[in-house]
Write a protein that binds this ligand. Structure first.
Ligand code: XMP
Length: 517
């Protein structure tokens, strides 16, 4: 049986990060709303309680009776989780001074406690809560302090129950991963057998059983998730999987043919549909970004549906949905924000059942699975690309001519990033492409004056955007070398007819977004 850790989500922004840290320990975990503990699941080996935007004494604070778990399974409360367990067992939690935010050091800790095995003196931890525990329950013991926080960590006497007021999951808690390892591996007894290879073996076996001889349809986008889902399914059911790859005419330069070729080399049964004319017709004259998105979304479903109807005996629609797409994360109102599907509405309309083989994986795990499946690195390490494609990178109306200009400029930029090598701290070489999260060119709706040879020009301007990020929720503009930017600008202006000016976007998100539209 696959062991698992349950993370009960009290609404903190770092709950997903706890999940990723546990997975990094090759241990499977599930993130569930705070009041949805699966009491009848025998595979649970431990429980982590997350932080929360609330104070434990707020009237709206999330409350749940955990007495049925206590004593049966090891529990680790983090921040709010620790304060909640302290307060509900007779301790006291009060507002703290703002000095308790941010970096702190464990000035004292119990070296014998299994939670701190291997910890350095003065280990740096990260505090991020407006409250602090001012008294712990009678049968709880303080096991760590900082110079400002007396009860930085506690353990219930003779019990497998711990609380830490700092956040071991964040990068700035330097030995946070060690603390989680001590909990997950030593205390909960994880066998650490959750790996890409084990995931592939179990999932392929499950898919064979689930799908039998049924036909399955999958929409490919050229992105990592749908590609890995396709290869995994292909391994399970072979030619019973039919993939559909729609070209809306707004992909990168040569992308349709290159990606189609990659898929065919992987042995996939792919139908490529060039629907660019339909999309250009429907988008003609449209300038409003959300309207562009709606037209493309609906057009995509129509084309996909028409192709899928031809596979009359299909029973399943497969999608590359990944775990962060479907975690039932809580927002501040306590409402669960439900999952959304990639191809909205299709399964019901087509009377198909949904198959989502990557639904338990985080993005980095999808990449690991892809590598383990032997997929080429350029497919795995591909930057994210928006569904509406270049439509949201052409400001104003869309014409085939503008698309071509942008494709050419974008291609020079992206190939340039791939070819430009930088030396890592450890002496290795890496391309700039792999150093940024996402990059692309944007065609601006302005013309400006230039001079080429003896001629005055009056042509278009292109903006370049490259960002660093971990999840696209926040992003910083990538600090690309000036020499690189100079070369790309030069190459674009010299080779792309119709462009005489290149700018670099130096806005971060927030307050800007990654895409311009
Ligand atoms: P923003 O612009 O919101 O983008 O900072 C965040 C991430 O989402 C991608 N993006 C989209 N992806 N359909 C998609 O499939 C869309 O309409 C869309 N809009 C933005 C964007 O490329 C970035 O990775």
């Amino acid at each position: 049986m696959q062991q698992k850790i349950i993370i009960l989500d009290f609404g903190s922004q770092t709950t997903q990060l706890i999940g990723r840290r546990v997975r990094e320990l090759d241990t499977f975990c599930e993130i569930l709303p705070y009041n949805k503990f699966p009491h009848d699941d025998p595979s649970v080996i431990g429980v982590i309680l997350s932080g929360s935007p609330y104070s434990v004494y707020d009237p709206e604070a999330f409350k749940v009776d955990l007495s049925a778990i206590r004593g049966r399974l090891p529990i680790l409360g983090i921040c709010y989780g620790a304060q909640y367990m302290a307060q509900t067992n007779g301790g006291k939690v009060e507002p703290a001074g703002s000095r308790e935010y941010g970096r702190a050091h464990l000035t004292e800790f119990d070296h014998e406690n299994p939670l701190f095995k291997g910890f350095d003196e003065q280990s740096q931890v990260w505090m991020s809560h407006g409250d602090t525990i001012t008294a712990i329950p009678e049968n709880f013991r303080c096991i760590a302090s900082t110079d400002k926080v007396k009860y930085a960590a506690y353990q219930a006497e003779e019990e497998q129950l711990w609380g830490v007021q700092f956040h071991p999951e964040v990068f700035h808690s330097l030995q946070g991963s060690l603390l989680l390892k001590n909990f997950v591996v030593d205390i909960c007894g994880s066998r650490q057998d959750w790996s890409a290879a084990s995931f592939i073996d179990t999932t392929v076996a499950e898919l064979k059983q689930q799908l039998g001889n049924d036909r399955v349809i999958l929409g490919l986008s050229g992105g990592v998730d749908s590609s890995v889902a396709a290869v995994l399914l292909h391994r399970a059911i072979g030619r019973n999987l039919t993939c559909i790859f729609v070209d809306h005419g707004l992909l990168r330069k040569n992308e349709f043919h290159n990606v189609l070729h990659d898929y065919e080399c992987l042995g996939l049964n792919v139908i490529g549909v060039d629907a660019s004319e339909k999309f250009f017709k429907e988008l003609a004259g449209v300038t409003e970004p959300e309207q562009k998105r709606k037209i493309i979304g609906k057009g995509f479903i129509d084309v996909f549906d028409a192709e899928a109807q031809k596979i009359t005996d299909a029973k399943w629609l497969a999608q590359g949905t990944i775990y962060p797409d479907r975690i039932e994360s809580l927002n501040i109102t306590g409402k669960v924000i439900k999952s959304h599907h990639n191809v909205g509405g299709l399964p019901e309309k087509m009377n198909l059942r949904l198959c989502e083989p990557l639904q338990w994986l985080f993005k980095d795990e999808v990449r690991r699975v892809g590598r383990q499946l032997g997929m080429p690195e350029h497919l795995i390490a591909r930057h994210p690309f928006p569904g509406p494609g270049l439509a949201v990178r052409i400001l104003g109306d869309i014409t085939p001519e503008k698309v071509q200009i942008l494709q050419d400029a974008d291609d020079i930029f992206i190939q340039g990033l791939r070819n430009w090598k930088v030396t890592d701290k450890d002496g290795g070489e890496e391309s700039l492409y792999n150093k940024v999260w996402q990059a692309g060119a944007i065609l601006l709706p302005v013309k400006s004056v230039g001079v080429m040879g003896d001629e005055r020009t009056y042509e278009r301007a292109v903006a370049l955007r490259a960002v660093t990020s971990t999840d696209a929720m926040t992003a910083d503009w990538a600090h690309l070398p000036y020499e690189f930017l100079a070369k790309v600008s030069n190459d674009i202006i010299n080779h792309v007819k119709g462009v005489n000016r290149v700018c670099y976007d130096i806005s971060s998100k927030p307050p800007s977004t990654i895409e311009w539209e």
